[in-house]
Design a protein around this ligand. Structure first.
Ligand SMILES: Cc1cc2nc3c(=O)[nH]c(=O)nc-3n(C[C@H](O)[C@H](O)[C@H](O)COP(=O)(O)O)c2cc1C
Length: 315
């Protein structure tokens, strides 16, 4: 499969260009020559971030510019593809057209766990039944999840995920359900979790987290405070503190659940809050990003100070 590799001037078409795709072998390449008019048309579509179709002058080929992918349909049903964002960047740079990419806006939507439960009603009892079913559901590949202390004593953060392995949906369900079992102030559950599936959004979260590349992990959860849920008659600072603790505890429960499921994680606290809010389109303050996946390498836990240095006794 050829990969788009760049743009060069065309020797046969003045002010046109050559778009190049390279294969695995060095001399294996496909080239599409665009005339000046064809290139102008493409520049116009890409700079306006619109979509469209360009018929090439050879009368066989067409370019289909879509939001995500641009396809070049050529003679004898051959087709070449490139991500539209990559093509836009290269073409506009080539033509020296100033361009600021529009940040994508995505609205979060409802989460549907992979487990479907009959009679999942609004009654408190039903909701608990639902959580219980998700948390205790066994899967064919289930590992022993039982021993909380073993899980605690063997957990080790990872910043090196096996990005070729995704996290199974039933594990995602459990990790999210675990967050929902954490204690919260007044049981008002003053937090919200954003489950990031979108690849572009993950990449933007990397930037918002001081360019920590492992934020682009197989499973990315952003934990946010929601003090408006905490219906207690206390000053706003107290409600903010409660919701910060709620969101933090929930993330910690999810992190332990991930370990119990044979996954590794990294807790990201180094985040530019305003950027994260903008990226995930929320007014809620993010507290941490939990990045989860299979580690490339399992490592033993880090050492800690002695318990006697940690604990002060008041008798
Ligand atoms: C509040 C908090 C903030 C953290 N922020 C980051 C971070 O931004 N980037 C990072 O790589 N690790 C971050 N970590 C992960 C810690 O570095 C890691 O948990 C610590 O070194 C202990 O290692 P362990 O989790 O393997 O026991 C954070 C952890 C916590 C609890």
């Amino acid at each position: 499969m050829e990969e788009f590799s760049g743009i060069e001037p065309s020797y046969i078409s003045k002010d046109g260009c050559r778009l190049i795709w390279r294969g695995i072998d060095e001399d294996d390449q496909d080239v599409i020559v665009l005339s000046k008019d064809e290139l102008d048309h493409l520049v116009e579509l890409l700079s306006k971030e619109s979509t469209g179709k360009i018929e090439l002058e050879d009368e066989f080929s067409t370019i289909l510019v879509n939001t995500d992918t641009t396809q070049f349909q050529l003679k004898e049903r051959k087709m070449l593809e490139v991500k539209t964002s990559v093509l836009r960047k290269k073409i506009l740079e080539y033509r020296k057209v100033p361009h600021e990419p529009k940040p994508i806006k995505i609205y979060s939507k409802e989460f549907f766990p992979s487990i479907i439960i009959e009679n999942e009603g609004e009654e408190e009892e039903d909701r608990n039944k639902f959580l219980n079913t998700v948390l205790t559901a066994k899967n064919k590949t289930a590992i022993s999840e039982g021993d909380l202390f073993r899980i605690m004593s063997t957990r080790r953060s990872t910043r090196n995920f096996d990005t070729s392995r995704f996290v199974e949906q039933w594990k995602v369900d459990k990790i999210l359900a675990a967050a929902d079992t954490a204690p919260t102030a007044g049981n008002f559950q003053g937090f919200e979790v954003f489950y990031i599936k979108n690849r572009e959004i993950k990449k933007r979260l990397v930037e918002a987290a001081n360019n920590q590349p492992y934020v682009n992990a197989p499973l990315v959860l952003v934990f946010c405070m929601d003090p408006s849920r905490v219906k207690m008659n206390f000053p706003p600072e107290t409600l903010a503190k409660f919701s910060l603790q709620d969101a933090t505890l929930a993330a910690a429960y999810s992190q332990l659940a991930a370990s119990a499921l044979g996954l590794s994680s990294i807790w990201i606290g180094m985040i530019a809050e305003e950027k994260v809010k903008q990226i995930i389109n929320t007014n809620l303050r993010p507290t941490s990003i939990l990045c989860i996946g299979y580690p490339n390498q399992k490592r033993p836990p880090k050492s800690r100070r002695k318990l006697k240095e940690l604990v002060r006794v008041i008798e």
